[in-house]
Design a protein around this ligand. Structure first.
Ligand SMILES: [Zn+2]
Length: 262
């Protein structure tokens, strides 16, 4: 078997395992529950899920999306998130090969997909997920095998995260002063800091721009269809996180294209 195919299959398998863990984070962290204990269990009857019923995607298909103990439905979100992370991991390998950058991008995709879903479902971006994300980004940047000046790398990462959060803090502050309400939350600020730590400032700014444009288009669509009032909140963090994933794969070409317009 050619080694590139081997690496791709490895990325898919790792993605399924990480996706399975991401499901636990998505369900438990916004509710302030531990991600370690109790072990996997049916959310309806509480029956523990046996290891062979906990194989990503496959178990859900074998069980036809139902709990073995009480037969209540298991949300398709579980296999979909597992598949989603697997596809993103494989896409990272196709994008940058088997490099340290691939690891950084894949781990960023893991955190961003999780935060996009959490914000859409609960309007929350838990610190228990964004803060470890920032820490992991730092560690991966500093631990890069080709990083010669680790001090400079750490400083640069810190600087990117600080500038990104300063921009969003300013937006947050202006929104409060002008509209007397919170348009974005401080969770969004930490999310953008995490994105900057992973992606660097240029790709993060591309993502921020994409998120603002798509969130505004979405809000406009809601108003046009009379689904929104002036107090309707939209999950801006979801737009930000999904735009971050787009920027991982298309950030540099998008930036080059945008700058070529001037
Ligand atoms: Zn059950």
């Amino acid at each position: 078997m050619p080694s590139s195919l081997f690496i791709l299959l490895g990325a898919l398998a790792a993605g399924l395992v990480f996706g399975s863990f991401l499901n636990v984070c998505i369900v438990r962290l916004p509710r302030h529950q531990s991600i370690v204990a109790p072990g996997s269990h049916c959310t309806t009857c509480g029956a523990p899920i046996r290891p062979w019923d906990n194989i990503p995607v496959l178990s859900w298909i074998v069980l036809r999306g139902r709990c073995r103990a009480c037969a209540s439905p298991i949300a398709p979100q579980y296999p979909l998130v597992e598949l989603g992370v697997a596809i993103l991991f494989a896409a990272c390998v196709l994008h940058t090969g088997a490099t340290w950058q691939t690891v950084l991008d894949a781990v960023a995709c893991f955190f961003l997909l999780g935060l996009a879903i959490m914000d859409a479902q609960t309007m929350l971006l838990p610190d228990a997920f964004t803060m470890p994300g920032i820490a992991v980004a730092f560690l991966l940047k500093i631990a890069a095998p080709n990083a010669h000046h680790r001090g400079a790398v750490a400083l640069r990462t810190l600087q990117d995260a600080a500038i990104a959060s300063a921009i969003l803090l300013l937006v947050w502050y202006l929104y409060r002063v002008i509209r007397k309400q919170e348009g974005i939350g401080l969770g969004d600020v930490k999310l953008l800091a995490m994105m900057a730590a992973f992606l660097g400032l240029p790709r993060t700014l591309v993502a921020f721009f994409l998120a603002v444009v798509s969130a505004a288009a979405y809000a406009l669509a809601l108003v046009v269809r009379r689904r929104a009032t002036s107090t309707t909140r939209i999950a801006f963090g979801s737009f930000l996180a999904l735009a971050g994933i787009v920027a991982i794969f298309a950030g540099r070409p998008l930036l080059t294209w945008y700058l070529s317009l001037f």
